[in-house]
Write a protein that binds this ligand. Sequence first.
Ligand code: MG
Ligand code: MG
Length: 278
Amino acid sequence: MADGIEVKTPEQILVMRRAGLVVARILAALRAAARVGITTGDLDRLAREQLAEQGATSSFLHYGAGYGVPPFPAVTCISVNDEIVHGIPGERVLADGDLVSVDFGAIVEGWHGDSALSFIVGEPRPDDVELSEATRQSMWRGITAARLGGRVGDISAAIEGFVKSRRRRYGIVREFTGHGIGSAMHQPPDVPNHGKRGRGPLIVPGLCLAIEPMLTLGGEATATLPDDWTVVTRDRSRACHWEHTMTVTRRGLWVLTAEDGGEAELSALGVPFGPLSD
Ligand code: MG
Ligand code: MG
């Protein structure tokens, strides 16, 4: 398409589903392994081992080479507490009550899957539990706002509308957005986490999107640490990030990076589940 949007064939989306399942399974393994006392580097090594076992490669490793930043040195982004996204795994030891976001992408036969989840290790603070749940639910509201013939702005408006409907006020990070995904991890169109219904590119069969709200317990302003990657809240408030890769078929929605394809969440929200079949 003229706007640079890559429209995938059903066969290509089936390969993206394989990449999505690799991402789902490895994220679940990282979630299960995470605990107080483990380092973020330990989690990254586990992801590397499992990627190799599954015959997939990393979307993140060496990302950014040639863009004036050091190539990303890991297969996961692990962002803790006031870190929003793009945290570099390393020697940091997870501590009681840490709010941890893990972002992970895998490539199968040249096709990408990209997903992120957040969780708390040790004793959670109630505010962090609420923040994570609001972020997760806003992601699902965004996903379920997508329909054939609709616009990308419908997704943005649904995320923003849900966040603003909460009794508590959250910051919605604007400097980073969701994105098209397929033969590259980041493609047009951008999928902002705020916007207006009826605006933006048309949602057509073969469009695959990564939908990824980032919310904070404080403001929306961000800063990048001297490592050139880690994005933090400028007010040092805690932040949270959830993400799924999804597509819209003629039958309904298909969440490529959810183990069940999104069936349970979609059903709970009254939206048709529409996987492609082999
Ligand atoms: Mg991601
Ligand atoms: Mg993404």
